[in-house]
Design a protein around this ligand. Structure first.
Ligand code: IMP
Length: 194
């Protein structure tokens, strides 16, 4: 079975992505490989950071790998938190503080529409390929649900009345930005390996 390294330290992402690729590809997480190096996200755009994460792990291992970078973009906040989603309230990467800041900035705003954007970067046999996934939705007034991670408890995807935080990951995967980007990755890999 073809092995692919998923260049992330976020085990929530691994849990969401692994079942999508299972059966055809063996996904190795950085934790499983004992790779604890910090992965830099130095750029101002999501695609550049996705490329940087995959490049870092490819340089370390020399193996086929993919990464992903995700941002939450809120339209009435001119796309914030966007590429700063992980460190919106400061460098501590504290989810609860990020959510508090987001809900505070949206207080009194009627337009609460938002989207998650994921860019996946695959490095296969040394060549780079990008895949994008988007999930439109809106931001709640207050947190709902304690499943998921990050901003899941305040995001309702279009087509549902639950937040991602109220969904098991199988249900989140029916809507999610990450699933859509991974579906494109899978179609590409199926062509490459047919
Ligand atoms: P990252 O840089 O791709 O790890 O993501 C930036 C931040 O966005 C993370 O710290 C999470 O707080 C948040 N995030 C990423 N993906 C999701 C998701 O699927 N749901 C909710 N929040 C997410």
């Amino acid at each position: 079975m073809t092995e692919l390294i998923f260049a992330t330290h976020n085990e929530n992402k691994v849990r969401e992505v692994r079942p999508l690729l299972d059966g055809n590809f063996r996904i190795m997480s950085l934790t499983e490989l004992g790779l604890n190096d910090d992965i830099p996200e130095p750029f101002d755009t999501i695609p550049e950071n996705a490329v940087e994460k995959a490049r870092t792990i490819f340089e370390l291992t020399g193996k086929n790998c993919f990464s992903e970078d995700t941002g939450l973009e809120v339209f009435s906040l001119n796309g914030e938190p966007g590429v700063k989603s992980a460190r919106y309230a400061g460098p501590s990467h504290h989810f609860e503080a990020n959510i508090d800041k987001l809900l505070g900035k949206l207080e009194g705003k009627t337009d609460r529409s938002a989207r998650f954007l994921t860019v996946v970067c695959l490095i296969l046999n040394g060549k780079r390929h990008l895949f994008e996934g988007e999930c439109k939705g809106s931001i709640t007034i207050a947190r709902r649900g304690d499943k998921g991670f990050g901003y899941d408890s305040v995001f309702i995807p279009e087509g549902s009345d639950k937040t991602f935080g109220e969904m098991e990951f199988e249900e989140k995967n029916k809507f999610s930005h990450r699933r859509k980007a991974i579906d494109k990755l899978i179609s590409f890999l199926q062509e490459e390996y047919k």
